[in-house]
Design a protein around this ligand. Sequence first.
Ligand code: SF4
Length: 234
Amino acid sequence: MNTSLVAKYNVAGPRYTSYPTVPYWDKNSFSLKAWKTSLKKSFDISNDTDGVSLYIHLPFCESMCTFCGCHKRITKNHSVEIPYIDALIQEFRLYKAFLGKRPNIKELHIGGGTPTFFKPENIKFLIDSINTVGNISKDCELSFEGHPNNTTETHLKTFSNLNFKRVSYGVQDYNLKVQKAIHRIQPFENVKRVTDASRANGFTSVGHDIIFGLPFQTVEDVINTINKTITLMS
Ligand code: SF4
C-alpha cells in the first residue's frame, strides 16, 4: 500500500464537477463573448474530424440522498419528463444555430439526477430528438447512469436498442446503517439484479460507484462493499 498517497488524499477535498472548481472561476477575466468564441473555435476544430461529446443532464430524483452534491430536483411528479425534454431539445437547437452546423456526436453520456426516473419511451424520444438536430454517429460511445432501485428490464432493452453499451450504477455502501443515514436504501439484490440484467442486454461496461467517507461508515464496511462489488464483476 502506498501510505503517502493515502495520507495525501485522506483529507476533505473539493467536489470536482468542473475543472477548475467553481471557487477558482475568474468571472472578471472571462466574458460571455469570450466563452462563445472559445466554444465555436473548439467545435470547428473537432466537429468534422473527431466529432463532439455531448453530456445530457436529467435532473429529477424521487428521493433525496443526503450526500448528494449534484444539480437535481426531488419530485414524484413524472409529468415533468416531456416538458423537460422539449426544453432540452430547444436548447440544443439554439446551440446548433449558433455553431452553424449539425453536431457530429461521437460520445453521448446521460447523467443526473436519475436518468432512469424517465420512462423508457421518453428516453427513446429524447435520443431520437437529439438525432434530428445532430448526427449520432454509428460508432458513437453511449453511456448512462442508472439507479439500482428503478432501472427496469424495459429501460435496459430501450437503452440497448439505442446502442448504449456502458452503464454505471450508484452503489455507495452496502451497510444498512450507512444507507439509512444517507437516505438511500438499496439492497445488494437490487444491484445484482440490474448488473446481471445489464450484461444480459448487451452492456459491455457495467460500473459501480462506491463512496468512502459516509456517515457511520467503517473500514470494514468499505472492505465488505468492495468484496461484494468484486463478486459482481466479470
Ligand atoms: S439519486 Fe443521485 S442525483 Fe439523485 S439525490 Fe441521489 S445521489 Fe443525488
